[in-house]
Design a protein around this ligand. Structure first.
Ligand SMILES: Cc1ncc(COP(=O)(O)O)c(C=O)c1O
Length: 407
């Protein structure tokens, strides 16, 4: 049996997120909404929450790969982005989309379908641990493509060239990135695609934080990797982060390559059958043309105003913390140091802050560093797109902790 190492982020969250009175700024979803609230985002004012789900529908498995309407609405999110640029890519259709139980299942399925013993995979690092642990568990050799704070966590494409081997099957990117909140710039993405095409390698892009590009000029927002003119790409995403609906557990895989879609669909038969038909209905409603713009506008605005609050905190405490300011997504990697300049022990720091103030965030070394490099020393991941009041209160408490306890 494959022995998987612990999934550190998930275990930390499970262990501490139910601490009574917790001020949770570890969460990576835009502050989650209820179904009643979702209905309020409908531009059709006659619509109410009860119209969202058809309660008379028999609960069959439903359409196996996801309902046509949901897959059409998902495809529309990519087509809409492309329509704002001069790309000549053919429109995405339902055939390009497979619905899954969250991006976590989507990611797993991509690896399970496309990677095996004898393959080599390159994954950006740091990122969501699943993206390098799973290919390794499937017998692939994995090289980590390290993002460095001194490069603003932008991947260095010259390094990518040097990591490629004759058996490199896949390059894994995460755009926007968790935990840094950094966007891979358009030009860098084009270079990654160019290199992958030259070596005939699949590009797999986890885009679960797309389209939450809240702090970058509109003309700098990169397209999805699948919209860059190279068919051998596959992207995953979900309703959890940018759409604030993690509880419905709907995600997807998108690709223009029929052989990738085919491989994933056949492997999926062994794990999924279909997703919950209630979840499918809610997701298709949330991504419909009359709801999607208002829902994303709420989350963009929450992310922007909360990021300003966090930015002000970092500026006010510049003697003890530094960061690379995020441009997208919901997370930031913030580095704390003691007053003597040494980095805090981030795991101890997270535990002590939680105990003394109830403020919860994640230790960078433990959850993202995996003993690979000391460049995570003193870092914590903050998920700042909570309700604004929670963030304000948490940062006030944290400020008090810094004054009282950091030596
Ligand atoms: C980069 C990344 N991918 C995938 C996931 C899984 O998200 P979900 O299964 O809720 O869609 C997460 C969750 O934190 C994530 O950060």
């Amino acid at each position: 049996m494959v022995k998987l190492p612990p999934f550190e982020v998930e275990q930390w969250m499970d262990k501490y997120e139910n601490t009574p009175g917790v001020l949770n700024i570890a969460e990576t979803c835009c502050s989650s909404i209820s179904i009643n609230r979702l209905a309020q985002f409908n531009s059709d004012q006659q619509a109410d929450a009860h119209q969202l789900i058809d309660f008379s529908k028999p609960m069959t498995y439903g359409p196996i790969l996801g309902s046509d309407e949901l897959r059409r609405n998902i495809a529309a999110t990519y087509n809409e982005d492309e329509s704002k640029t001069n790309t000549q890519t053919p429109l995405l259709t339902t055939d390009n989309i497979i619905v899954t139980q969250g991006a976590i299942a989507a990611n797993h399925l991509v690896f399970y379908s496309l990677v095996g013993p004898g393959d080599h995979v390159i994954s950006v690092f740091p990122t969501y641990q699943q993206l390098y642990t799973i290919p390794e568990s499937l017998g692939a050799a994995v090289s980590l493509w390290k993002l460095k704070p001194e490069d603003g966590y932008v991947p260095d494409v010259t390094e990518l060239e040097s990591l490629i081997k004759s058996n490199t099957k896949m390059i894994v990117i995460n755009n926007p990135n968790n935990p840094t909140g950094v966007t891979i710039p358009k030009e860098v993405l084009s270079e990654i695609i160019r290199i992958a095409r030259k070596h005939d390698i699949i590009v797999f892009s986890d885009e679960v934080y797309r389209p939450l590009f809240h702090s970058i000029e509109p003309d700098k927002i990169p397209l999805s990797a699948i919209s860059m003119g190279y068919p051998k790409t596959v992207a995953t995403s979900s309703m959890s982060k940018a759409w604030a609906l993690a509880g419905i557990r709907v995600g997807w895989i998108a690709s223009r390559d029929p052989s990738i879609i085919q491989a994933v669909a056949s492997a999926r038969d062994y794990t999924t059958i279909s997703v919950s038909q209630l979840d499918d209905q809610i997701a298709r409603y949330a991504l419909s043309a009359s709801v999607r713009p208002q829902l994303i506008a709420r989350n963009m605005s929450l992310a922007r105003s909360n990021l300003k609050i966090l930015e002000q905190f970092v500026a006010e405490h510049s003697n003890t913390c530094t960061w690379v300011k995020p441009t997208a997504g919901t997370t930031a990697l913030v580095r704390f140091r003691n007053k003597d300049g040494t980095p805090v022990d981030d795991e101890q720091f997270c535990k002590d802050v939680l105990e003394k103030t109830k403020v919860m965030f994640l230790p960078g070394s433990r959850c993202f560093g995996h003993g690979q490099t000391s460049s995570f020393d003193g870092t914590v991941r903050i998920g700042y797109v909570s309700e604004t009041e929670v963030l304000r209160q948490a940062l006030e408490e944290l400020g008090g902790y810094i004054t009282d306890y950091l030596k």
